[in-house]
Design a protein around this ligand. Structure first.
Ligand code: GDD
Ligand code: MN
Length: 368
């Protein structure tokens, strides 16, 4: 008989945690038709053998992969071995308390497609984390939220503890690297309703963490790959191309004003100002109909409202460029001839600011 709920649990050298985990799951889920699918990457400590030997006491299935392909890919493989229509993913080391599962299930029964056990909603938290680990976790979340609009649907897109309806990923190709499979499901999945339930990520009592610098680099690669797959990378490139075209408009306007329209010498500053505003306007139009075409709002009011925002963002961007230039040349020692680089760095920082601010304010993503 198929299980109603399948728990996919990736393991790598978690021998000491297997039995305590199965006991606690058994207590919490008694009366529920569930199965545990361990996806083991050929642990050297006998994790898979031990889990297999417990199959007569607990509803356990063990899949051993011969080469170590990582946590997120283990979850994806687990999907093809799980029989349930409702899938839960959690770690084997009991840092994800099994007692949270019933509240996850309740949200699914209430109509959620995905429920995240979250450290970052009221009532949730992390036990015994150093400041550094907290900072890394927060920064990773911030980065995802800045670069991937759909990652904003939850406060903790990095959680490794979540539940979803299988339909939410049916037919969606998943190709994760590293640890962060939830992020990928949120960003490319077909779900509509997302819920979050607080939980406390508790300290590990047995065995060792496998998180290393390697996973952090994998995470950055994963972000870039998700930006590609969701079109956000293309958006960024379009934004840069439009910015480049603005430089032409800016300089061309100055030329027209002074050489063709014959603006007198003393009014050259006015020609510069007109050039700046002209390029802001053409950049805005190109971004509105090209870079952010999918988020463009119709109507004259929206057009001018967005144009105003775009102007304000550009003004702040100019301030940022000036500020960076000032700091680099006056305090960091970028003196001539390196002032050229100071200015280029200022331009790059301002460009990034312009992209992010317009992405999140001028052309706010529509709710998914
Ligand atoms: N199959 C397989 N292959 N499993 C792995 C691998 C691997 O390469 N690496 C780790 N695991 C298993 C571990 O055995 C454990 O059950 C689970 O994945 C989590 O590994 P930990 O090493 O304990 O990770 P963590 O505690 O630092 O990070 C966890 O918590 C974070 C915060 O919720 C992970 O779940 C992260 O994804 C999560 O963001
Ligand atoms: Mn852990």
């Amino acid at each position: 008989m198929d299980a109603a709920v399948s728990l996919i649990i990736p393991t790598y050298n978690e021998r000491e945690n297997i039995e305590p985990l199965l006991q606690r799951l058994g207590r919490v889920l008694s009366g529920l038709n569930y199965e545990v699918v361990f996806i083991d990457d050929n642990s050297s400590d006998g994790t898979a053998e031990l889990a297999g030997s417990l199959a007569d006491k607990y509803p356990v299935r063990v899949v051993v992969r011969r080469d170590k392909r990582g946590l997120a890919s283990a979850v994806v493989d687990g999907l093809s071995h799980a029989s349930g229509d409702i899938i839960a993913v959690m770690d084997a080391d009991l840092q994800h308390p099994p007692e949270v599962i019933p509240s996850l299930l309740a949200e699914i029964e209430n109509g959620a497609d995905i429920v995240v056990a979250s450290r970052y909603v009221p009532g949730g938290g992390c036990q015994g984390w150093s400041r550094t680990r907290q900072l890394i976790s927060r920064s990773a979340i911030l980065l995802a939220r800045l670069l991937l609009p759909r990652a904003r649907s939850v406060k903790d897109p990095m959680s490794g503890f979540f539940m979803f309806r299988r339909d939410a990923v049916a037919g969606v190709p998943l190709s994760p690297t590293g640890f962060k499979i939830l992020l990928e499901i949120l960003v490319v999945g077909r779900h509509m309703a997302v819920a979050e339930v607080p939980y406390t990520f508790v300290t590990r009592e047995r065995g060792r963490s496998k998180l290393s610098a390697r996973q952090q680099i994998d995470y950055l690669k994963h972000l870039v790959s998700l930006m590609r797959r969701t079109g956000e990378m293309a958006r960024f490139i379009k934004f840069c191309l439009v910015g480049g075209s603005g430089v032409g408009v800016n300089a061309g306007t100055y030329w027209l004003m002074t050489r063709v329209a014959g603006l007198v010498d003393s009014l050259d500053v006015l020609a510069v100002a007109i050039g700046i505003e002209m390029s802001i306007i053409t950049n805005f139009i190109l971004n509105n109909y090209f870079t952010f075409a999918d988020r463009r709002q119709r109507g004259v009011k929206a057009f001018f409202g967005h144009l105003l925002r775009f102007n304000l963002v550009s003004l702040a961007g100019a301030g940022i460029q000036l500020g960076v230039f000032f700091i680099l040349t006056r305090f960091i020692g970028f003196e001539e001839p390196y002032d050229i680089y100071a200015n280029l760095i200022g331009i790059a920082v301002a460009m990034l600011w312009n992209f992010l601010a317009n992405n999140w304010w001028t052309w706010k993503p529509l709710k998914n």
